[in-house]
Design a protein around this ligand. Structure first.
Ligand SMILES: [Zn+2]
Length: 394
């Protein structure tokens, strides 16, 4: 039977601790000593290992009467970010602002509305700077009874020591290709051949593996990206490939964000439209205006983030392509991530030197940094394709 922990592939050790914490939840909430449950957690792991999945699974298990059954109204609400006592916080800018964290601290002082716990899942806790971390510190150290903080970050080194030392740490591992493939077959019913391709291509990133295994669109997008290295004929084709990639990402982002934006706005307007008659209407309209503005800001940030994630994914796929090229050039004999593209990889390997390949990987890393620094994506990718074509210029 699937429960909230089923999606945590290859993380048995962590899952055991999360289950124990959830099982001990009621006792801890009643004030009894518990070794398994605590009020501040730090979950670390490489991208795609399932940090937020683990954090949300623990959140669901704490508010579910059956400790995370996966299908009761509580579990379903957490899954859809709609549980009143589970706050899933995703910072939309480069750092958590002090205002943002102060607001969190303020809300964390409130008792849960219906569940035994009021749970705060903070993604990207590495984006807490000294100031915002300081704002949060006291609440993490001595939270209101019933409040639980679950912080997620790539590694403990990315989190300020003051925060780190106040949390119980759980470390997720990168699941092996075999574990991912087995899970795709066993949990998601994917055909074995497709599962093994998707697991290899996703390099330990479960969500990505699942998307590749189940979506033709995702596979085609990936193919388009991996075709770039063999189509960099001249400056014109470099610029065209960059433009195509960015245009595709913009379209995909709209496909993801437009329906969400519309639904949220309709809900907000409905909430403010109700009962807005007579004498109070001026006040209601003013408040509605403020709320609409705030929602639009959040939506704009989300759109940027979704686009960034897709551009990042393209970079990860291209890095894997050139790593495969390097494996062939050095005759290292390791498994190729893109084994199905062997002829193209061999061609690029034969036409260039290992130094060129390393320069190309550097150019990809540089592009990642440019995106992080909010450089316009078209500009960043144009300079990337140019550098990939002629690495001596990079
Ligand atoms: Zn449940």
């Amino acid at each position: 039977m699937n429960d909230v922990f089923t999606d945590l592939i290859g993380q048995d050790h962590v899952v055991a601790q999360l289950r124990a914490a959830a099982a001990d939840g009621p006792a801890a909430r009643a004030g009894l000593p518990s070794s398994a449950m605590t009020h501040a957690w730090l979950i670390t792991g490489p991208p795609g290992s399932g940090r937020s999945t683990a954090a949300l699974a623990l959140a669901a298990a704490l508010v579910c009467p059956q400790h995370g059954c996966g299908h009761c109204p509580e579990c379903v609400a957490v899954k859809h970010s709609a549980h009143p006592d589970v706050e899933h916080v995703v910072p939309e800018s480069v750092t958590y602002t002090v205002a943002e964290t102060r607001d969190l601290v303020h809300r964390s002082a409130m008792s849960p509305s219906k569940a035994p716990w009021h749970v705060f899942v903070l993604e990207d806790a590495d984006r807490l700077n000294a100031e915002s971390a300081n704002t949060l510190l006291k609440s993490i150290e001595e939270p209101t009874p019933g409040t639980v903080w679950i912080l997620c970050a790539p590694s403990t080194e990315d989190v300020l020591p003051t925060i780190r030392s106040r949390c119980r740490h759980l470390m997720l591992a990168t699941p092996s290709t075999v574990e991912v493939a087995d899970a795709l077959v066993g949990v998601f019913g994917v055909e074995p051949a497709m599962a093994s391709f998707a697991a290899r291509a996703a390099q330990g990133h479960i969500g990505r593996a699942r998307a590749l295994a189940t979506s033709e669109d995702a596979r085609l997008r990936r193919q388009d990206v991996l075709r770039i290295p063999t189509q960099l004929h001249d400056l014109g084709s470099c610029l065209a490939l960059a433009a195509d990639l960015v245009a595709t990402v913009t379209d995909d982002t709209s496909a993801i964000c437009d329906p969400l934006d519309e639904r949220e706005m309709a809900q907000l307007r409905a909430a403010y439209g109700e009962g807005a008659e007579g004498r109070g209407i001026g006040t209601v309209e003013r408040r509605a205006k403020g709320a609409v503005k705030a929602l639009e800001d959040r939506q704009k940030k989300r759109r940027r983030r979704v686009a960034r994630d897709q551009l990042d994914r393209a970079i990860v796929d291209l890095v894997a392509f050139y790593r495969d090229v390097l494996v062939l050039q050095l005759g290292a004999g390791s498994t190729l991530v893109n084994d199905e593209m062997r002829p193209q990889l061999e061609r690029v390997a034969a036409e260039s030197m290992p130094e060129d390949t390393l320069r190309r990987v550097d150019a990809l890393e540089r592009t990642r940094n440019l995106l992080e620094a909010n450089v316009a994506s078209l500009l960043a990718f144009e300079s990337l394709t140019v550098a990939l074509r002629d690495p001596s210029l990079a």
